[in-house]
Design a binder for this molecule. Structure first.
Ligand code: ASP
Length: 588
């Protein structure tokens, strides 16, 4: 037997008991007469004491133990004279009577402590040591709890967990596929799934009715911050459901999980139209932890001789509370430079300050008198001390810029509290997006998304302009400005699906070649169905108030898509390439 208890288990009522513990040496302090060792495992840390007076030999051995040695000890639990209230085991220590080294350790390349001295790259190279740190380990354990809670909750309402294949044919979700060469089918390739989308729809045709899977998805995207080429989704699909029923089911799931795991009662999720999200928040995933809605002030601002506003399609603003006092001219200049950065792309920034003393100052004071600017303030609900920030230009891009500025001001004013949760549903996304450059439509969600019932007729018979206005039964779940997941009611009718592929620029042959299996299945009694996928890594991160999904993945890839621990991707030898019939292709 290696242990009678773990390192997080012993309390004051164990005093006097003989115990056996195993774990890693977290620290070793030699105080002359006594040596203290912190013994660590995944459950906690227990203090061990070796006394020079009682057993000089044993104490001498203990002094030699290096960090991260794996040891096993026998000893007696006793009450500590100086207690450590920060630690669950802080009231006791173990007076050690026997010590065995189970394995030595080299000096680790960084401190295995929450406040480590190891940089990102080093920690990734030695991820197995990084994972020993409580800060990271507890995230992975948390993730496991969330997965268990999801399984329990979904099984309780009759969902069936089904695994779908990884070696498949391409499913377009808007990214590139990772491909796998087939040895047995020379010159042919599998694609790794960007999501199990078509398979879960086929499961509905099979009659499974409610499906879920916690599943890896693979997307070969240009890596943006905090994107992983392989990530995990909670993927779900249901038959004979309306959009409302899908939303209710997954709202209940997420609320249950927050309650069971965090003891947090989420409010019921407000539902917002996509158009309203864009209009009032300048983004399709509004952060509702703070208000600061976008106001449209064309009526107030135009027709007073200020050409920049007069010529703009859209003049919009937000009210930043308390900023009239805190923002000097220099600060405003810096903020102006911030909105002018290429990532944001605004031309300029107009401000109106409502001073605490009732004075009004504005960068457009030449064009508007105090009475007019006062009316603006009333429109925004501005109080003394507040500042309006105003942008103008072409509507769509100006709203997006204002959405970014709103988030930035939310950050600066510390209105985005990571311990607060503000979920919502964003609904009724456009079905298609027109891309000027390639002069074709893209699916806003994916090609299997159904137009709203009222739009189906128009989709089958309408002209080009009609297509731009089609709305879909598509929805996103958003928490704190982060898209947690999205889904849609699907097309289950062959004709409508074929029409969608046609609008997306597929010839009938291409559609048949790539998706004949799905459209074929629709001819054998496909039930109406819909579903959703939640980003599982992201859900875990958000629940713990953290930003990076990487900290919730046991073995993540770095920003270049590399696993620096195992050194992947890496070249394969010529023989392997020959077997896969790839060497010729490479040479060619
Ligand atoms: N397959 C979709 C996605 O990965 C989710 C869904 O429509 O259910 O975003």
């Amino acid at each position: 037997m290696y242990r009678s208890q773990n390192c997080g288990e012993l309390r004051i009522d164990h005093v006097g008991q003989e115990v056996k513990l195993s774990g890693w040496v977290a620290s070793n302090r030699d105080l002359g007469g006594m040596t203290f060792i912190d013994l660590r495992d995944r459950y906690g840390i227990t203090q061990l004491v070796f006394n020079m007076d009682t057993d000089a030999g044993l104490c001498g051995e203990a002094r030699k133990l290096g960090r991260e040695y794996v040891i096993q000890i026998d000893g007696v639990v006793r009450e500590r004279s100086s207690k450590n209230p920060q630690r669950a085991t802080g009231e006791i220590e173990i007076e050690v009577t026997g010590l065995q080294v189970l394995n030595a350790s080299k000096i680790p390349p960084f401190l295995i402590e929450n406040d480590t001295d190891g940089g990102e790259e080093l920690r990734m190279k030695y991820r197995y040591l990084d994972l020993r740190r409580d800060a990271v380990q507890s995230n992975i354990i948390f993730r496991s709890q969330v997965a268990q809670a999801i399984r329990k909750n979904l099984s309780a309402v009759d969902f069936v967990e089904v695994e779908t294949p990884f070696l498949i044919k391409s499913t377009p979700e808007g990214a590139r596929d990772f491909v796998v060469p087939s040895r047995l089918n020379s010159g042919q390739f599998y694609a790794l799934p960007q999501s199990p989308q078509t398979f879960k729809q086929l499961l509905m045709v099979s009659g499974f009715d409610k499906y879920f899977q916690i599943v890896k998805c693979f997307r070969d995207e240009d890596l943006r911050a905090d994107r992983q080429p392989e990530f995990t989704q909670l993927d779900c699909e249901m038959s004979f459901v309306t959009q409302d029923q899908v939303l209710d089911t997954f709202e209940t799931l997420v609320r249950n999980i927050f309650r069971e795991i965090l003891d947090i009662e989420l409010p019921s999720f407000p539902r917002m139209q996509y158009d309203d999200a864009m209009k009032y928040y300048g983004i399709d995933k509004p952060d509702l932890r703070f208000d600061m809605k976008i106001h449209h002030i064309n009526d107030l601002a135009q027709g007073h001789g200020f050409a920049v506003f007069d010529n703009a399609e859209s003049v919009v603003g937000i009210c930043a509370k308390g900023c009239a006092v805190n923002y000097s001219n220099k600060d405003i200049k810096k903020l102006t430079e911030w909105v002018q950065r290429p990532q944001i792309g605004a031309k300029g920034l107009v401000y109106v300050k409502y001073g605490a003393d009732g004075s009004i100052k504005s960068s457009v004071g030449k064009f508007y008198d105090d009475d007019q600017l006062k009316t603006w303030g009333e429109h925004f609900g501005a109080e003394a001390g507040d500042m309006l920030l105003i942008l103008c230009g072409e509507e769509e891009s100006t709203l997006k810029q204002m959405g970014q500025l709103r988030l930035e001001m939310g950050d600066r004013l510390e209105l985005r509290d990571p311990s607060e949760f503000k979920p919502l549903w964003v609904l009724d996304f456009p079905l298609l997006e027109w891309d000027e450059e390639s002069s074709r439509f893209h699916a806003m969600h994916h090609p299997f998304t159904s137009p709203k019932k009222a739009d189906q007729e128009r989709m089958l018979n309408g002209d080009h302009e009609t297509m731009k206005a089609l709305r879909a039964d598509a929805y996103d779940m958003v928490i704190n400005g982060v898209e947690i997941g999205g889904g849609s009611i699907r097309i289950h009718d062959r004709e409508l699906q074929a029409k969608n592929f046609e609008l997306l620029g597929f010839t009938p042959e291409e559609a048949e070649d790539q998706f004949g299996f799905l459209m074929g299945a629709f001819e054998y009694g496909a039930p109406p169905h819909g579903g959703i996928a939640l980003g599982f890594d992201r859900l875990c991160a958000i629940m713990r108030g953290q930003n990076s999904i990487r900290d919730f993945i046991a073995f993540p890839k770095n920003n270049q898509g590399r696993d620096v621990m195992i050194d992947a991707p890496s070249p394969v030898d010529g023989e392997q390439l020959d077997e896969l019939s790839l060497s010729l292709n490479l040479k060619a």
